[in-house]
Design a protein around this ligand. Structure first.
Ligand code: CUA
Length: 360
């Protein structure tokens, strides 16, 4: 029969389409439930960097919006899957159907209007709600607070506190913000030479750092702890190793951290040899150690290098062994790092690393 083939083909295509739709939905659901993986493989307990565990006002807003969007998507999923399942079972091919064609419907104004107008309404609702939240976060901006500037580099984050006279790298330290007495942190985002996207999911949404452009965002973390994040935009070879750590301190603890960071570098007489080597090779062209000849600005400020838990924007833990491997040949820890291998003799390398290890 002429109609036999197309009919059977239509049924199989429908079953295939349903399996694909169900699979895609399940994968999306699983992905949203699992969230981002843990970003650092060291001993420090890391909070799950999930947008569903917010601790700062912009992140609370983003979570609420996400629930709303997921809710709408869940309803669509249930309605569409339900209708498909119903049709597949109710209108399946039965014995005796051979040669019979189901009723053909050509052009139904009602059906076409329904599947055009309803999705448009849903998209408009999602668009308006999202716009409301975006402007809400920007408008909520509290009047005053701590200022910090994040500057993106290939391949690390520079962090400056202009009012405190502190320059550090890769690990942002901030005081906790009491909701009754908010102490927001305003972040000015810039970049030296590459576009990154600054993202700490539990604190706020993503914001790009772009050369020759200044972006701003704010956070008011309400729970002390460690919050991890990551560059959220493909930026080149080291994209995966552009990790972020935000340490939220209790008030007094933050004051202590500030005092430590404001001090000039420790000058330990026991490692003068290493310091001489440091000052006699190219290190000082790129790095600053306050209180020494080193005043380069292309690489991270090393004045308090050992107060940082990680090296190379989170690529490795800041241990003596890793530090030695890093200075010896940065490419072993972070391929594509712009720091050159210094080709020091093992003895000079030991002395230099011994010096660096005193920079607490
Ligand atoms: Cu920076 Cu991806």
């Amino acid at each position: 029969m002429a109609v036999d083939r197309p009919q059977r083909f239509g049924f199989r295509a429908a079953v295939n389409a349903i399996s694909v739709a169900v699979m895609v939905n399940l994968i999306a659901l699983a992905a949203s439930a699992i969230g981002a993986p843990e970003l650092l493989n060291n001993d420090t307990p890391v909070l799950t960097p999930s947008i569903f565990a917010p601790t700062s006002t912009p992140a609370f807003a983003i979570r609420d919006l996400s629930y709303f969007v997921l809710g709408i998507c869940a309803v669509i999923f249930i309605v569409v899957s339900g209708l498909l399942t119903y049709c597949v079972i109710r209108f399946r091919r039965r014995p005796g159907d051979e040669g019979r064609e189901p009723p053909q419907v050509y052009g139904s104004i009602q059906i076409e209007l329904a599947w055009t107008v309803v999705p448009i309404l849903i998209v408009v609702i999602l668009f308006l709600t999202t716009a409301r939240y975006i402007f809400g976060i920007e408008r909520l901006q509290p009047p005053s607070g701590l200022q910090a500037t994040v500057v993106g580099h290939q391949w690390w984050w520079e962090i400056r506190y202009p009012d405190l006279g502190i320059i550090t790298a890769n690990e942002l330290h901030v005081p906790v913000s009491d909701p009754a007495n908010p102490m927001p942190i305003f972040l000015t985002l810039q970049s030296a030479d590459v576009i990154h996207s600054f993202w700490v999911p539990q604190l706020a949404g993503k914001m790009d750092v772009i050369p020759n452009k200044t972006n701003r965002m704010w956070i008011d973390p309400q729970t002390p702890g460690l919050y991890v994040g990551q560059c959220a935009e493909y930026c080149g070879l080291e994209h995966a190793r552009m990790l972020l750590r935000v340490v939220v301190h209790a008030k007094e603890e933050f004051a202590q951290w500030v005092a430590t960071q404001q001090a000039t570098a420790i000058d330990d007489p026991g490692v003068r040899g290493g310091r001489e080597i440091f000052q006699s090779v190219a290190c000082i062209n790129c790095h600053t150690v306050r209180g020494t000849l080193a005043n380069g600005i292309f690489g991270p400020d090393l004045t308090h290098l050992m107060s940082r838990v990680t090296l190379a924007a989170g690529a490795a833990k800041n241990t003596p062994d890793n530090l030695r491997a890093w200075v010896d040949n940065p490419d072993t820890l972070k391929p594509g790092a712009l720091m050159p291998a210094m080709k020091l003799s093992p003895r000079d390398l030991d002395q230099l690393v011994a010096y660096l290890l005193t920079l607490r």
